[in-house]
Design a protein around this ligand. Structure first.
Ligand code: NAD
Length: 324
């Protein structure tokens, strides 16, 4: 079966592509390499087709999607913080891009299932923790709003054109090849100055983290088992971890004892306007299908830190790496 992964040269996308290739799918990656990298696909070189192109270019999108049965739409700008300074980026890269993928799926005629990488940020400051899928969507960042808008566009496409849609609301996904978010940020800061670690906000922000292999397992199970035409799944962990705890883990992995400095942020302790302070998703729906995260938030953060630090040559000799 032929499948397309948009954003397949990125962090989560490339891990998903590897798994799909292992399972025997014929995989085409559509990626403009804005944050993705060709080397992320080095383990499957020669076994996937990489089309370097933009999902916002409709003709390219349609050409690539023709003949595909499943489309995993993972291309996006995943930087929540960009929302504050340049909200249009998320409208373009997440809303317009998703509309293009939906419309190209319809016109291609072959696409039966569209899998969408949504986000926990659609809930905003959720009134219920752990937050179930039926909680109201009140995003507090344009990034979160763009993912919610994209979900709604896809809902109408599933209703009107019979394309099965599986929307996955991921918590923070971490692992090898990660190049954005708090772990990467801390690693870069400590590589520049090992004495001081600047933390945005008051450090008590507490969120759930998921190791990338757990996220890929959940994704494939959801796609296999989703029964309705439009189905949403939270993909997160059962525990959570604070930013200060992450700062400690990253410092420990690097063998450093930096002075932690709280800087910037908002009066109520967020890292930036639009940052969600508390995030813990209810994962009962996915668990009822038989999925369980293998690693806790703490383990995921630790393993991811070690892997990314090794990729960036920041580890002291003798430190061992976690699972890929
Ligand atoms: P990433 O930046 O590593 O991957 C995004 C990929 O999309 C990159 O390869 C990039 O080059 C590509 N891309 C971006 N815009 C494109 C365009 N217009 N046309 C073609 N390709 C384009 O980010 P990631 O962390 O792997 O995120 C993957 C998806 O999962 C995104 O949709 C993101 O919003 C979502 N998500 C990620 C997390 C997380 O914690 N990493 C959490 C929730 C949701």
């Amino acid at each position: 079966m032929r499948v397309v992964v948009t954003g397949g040269a990125g962090f989560i996308g490339s891990h998903l592509v590897e798994r799909l290739v292992e399972l025997g799918y014929e995989v085409t990656v559509l990626d403009n390499l804005s944050s993705g990298r060709v080397e992320n696909l080095s383990r499957v070189r020669g076994r996937v087709e990489l089309v370097v192109g933009d999902v916002k270019d409709f003709e390219t999108c349609l050409r690539v999607l023709r003949g595909a049965e499943v489309v995993y739409h993972f291309a996006a700008n995943p930087e929540v913080r960009v929302s504050v300074t340049d909200p249009e980026v998320h409208f373009r890269e997440n809303v317009v891009a998703t509309f293009n993928v939906a419309e190209a799926s319809r016109r291609a005629g072959s696409v039966r299932t569209l899998v969408f990488a949504s986000s926990s940020t659609v809930y905003g400051d959720a009134p219920r923790l752990p937050t179930p899928e039926d909680c109201e969507l009140r995003p507090v960042s344009v990034y979160g709003a763009s993912k919610a808008a994209a979900e709604l566009i896809l809902h109408s496409y599933s209703h009107l054109y019979g394309i099965r849609v599986v929307a996955l609301r991921y918590a923070n996904v971490v692992g090898p090849r990660l190049r954005h978010g708090v772990i990467y940020d801390f690693l870069m800061k400590l590589s520049r100055n090992p004495e001081v670690l600047e933390v945005l906000g008051d450090g008590t922000q507490r969120k759930s983290y998921l190791y990338v292999s757990d996220a890929v397992d959940a994704t494939l199970l959801a796609v296999e088992r989703a029964s309705r035409y439009f189905e949403v799944f939270n993909v997160g962990n059962e525990d959570w971890i604070t930013v200060l705890e992450i700062a400690r883990v990253v410092s420990e992995v690097l063998g450093l004892r930096p002075r932690v400095v709280l800087r910037g942020g908002t009066p109520d302790g967020r890292g930036w306007p639009g940052d969600v302070k508390l995030m813990l998703l209810s994962i009962e729906r996915l668990k009822s299908l038989g999925w369980r995260p293998r690693y806790s938030s703490y383990e995921a953060v630790r393993l991811a830190t070690r892997a990314v630090a090794e990729e960036l040559n920041l580890l002291k000799p003798g430190t061992t790496r976690g699972p890929a």
